[in-house]
Design a protein around this ligand. Structure first.
Ligand code: 6GU
Length: 236
C-alpha cells in the first residue's frame, strides 16, 4: 500500500515512521510519504489560507496549493481522504474498506476547513471520502490521519502476526470486547472470574459473549439498538 499525506504540519506525522506503520514499512508492505502543503505555494509568505467568503470567524484553506498538491500526489487514481469534523464517521468497517485500496492520499484540513471546490476537484482524481474521527473538534486533521492510518495499516494482509487477535477485538462482531485477565489469579484481593480458570471452553465463550453484550448495552447502546442509522444496530 502507498500512502501520501499532505499537511501544513509534516512534523506532526513523524509517528508514522515509528510503531505499527513503521513495522509495516520495514516489511515492505507500506510506503508512506508526508508532504508539506506549503511546497505548492508560490508567494514569499507561502500563504495557504484566507478569510471566508460570506464572512464569519476563522480562516479557510485556499484552493490553489491544494489543487497543485493533489494533482501531483494523486496521479494514479487513489482514494483521497479529507479529514474533517463534518465528514462521515470513521469506523472499523471503513478501516477495512480503506485497507483494500492500493493508494491512499490524506488531505489534512486546518483552520475552518478547505475551500469546498478542492473536494469537488479531487473527485476527478479518484474516490473521495470526507472522514471524521468522532463528534468533537480537533485543531486539524493531522491526528485524525494518524489514527486512520494506524487502524488501516494493521489490517493489511501479512501485517499482524495473529489473525485471531484481529477477529476477537472490539467492533469486529459489532460488540465491545469482553474484559480480559492475566496472571496472577488473585491480586490485591481481586480474583479472576472463576469460569476463566475452569478450562471449560464452552462456558468461557458463553461468559465472554454475555460480558460483551452487557458492556455494550452499558457503554454503547447505539450498537445494540435497531436504529435509524443506515446499517446501524446489526450484529454480524
Ligand atoms: Cl478529521 N478533523 C478535525 N479538525 N476535528 C475532528 C476530526 C477531524 N474528527 C473529529 N474531530
Amino acid at each position: 500500500m502507498r500512502i501520501d499525506v499532505v499537511t501544513i504540519f509534516p512534523d506532526y506525522l513523524a509517528p508514522l515512521s515509528l510503531s505499527l506503520p513503521g513495522k509495516a514499512r520495514e516489511k515492505g508492505l507500506l510506503d508512506v510519504r508526508v508532504h508539506d502543503l506549503r511546497d505548492w505555494t508560490h508567494d514569499r509568505h507561502r500563504t495557504v489560507d484566507d478569510t471566508p467568503y460570506g464572512g464569519g470567524a476563522g480562516m479557510v484553506m485556499r484552493p490553489e496549493p491544494w489543487g497543485e498538491a493533489l494533482d501531483e500526489v494523486a496521479a494514479n487514481r487513489p482514494t483521497l481522504v479529507f479529514t474533517t469534523p463534518s465528514g462521515e464517521p470513521f469506523t472499523q468497517a471503513l478501516a477495512k474498506e480503506l485497507s483494500t485500496r492500493e493508494h491512499l492520499v490524506f488531505a489534512c484540513g486546518r483552520y475552518e476547513g478547505i475551500d469546498q471546490r478542492v473536494i469537488e476537484h479531487a473527485a476527478s482524481l479518484g474516490e473521495v471520502r470526507e472522514v471524521s474521527l468522532g463528534d468533537y473538534v480537533l485543531n486539524g486533521g493531522e491526528v485524525a490521519a494518524l489514527a486512520i492510518v494506524e487502524a488501516v495499516v494493521r489490517l493489511l494482509p501479512g501485517f499482524m502476526g495473529n489473525a485471531e487477535s484481529l477477529a476477537e477485538e472490539s467492533h469486529e462482531d459489532g460488540l465491545l470486547e469482553y474484559p480480559v485477565y492475566t496472571k496472577p489469579a488473585s491480586w490485591r484481593g481481586l480474583d479472576v472470574p472463576e469460569v476463566l480458570l475452569s478450562g471449560d471452553h464452552g462456558r468461557i465463550a458463553a461468559w465472554r459473549r454475555e460480558q460483551a453484550v452487557r458492556r455494550t448495552a452499558q457503554r454503547r447502546p447505539d450498537l445494540l439498538a435497531p436504529s435509524a442509522v443506515p446499517g446501524g444496530g446489526e450484529l454480524k
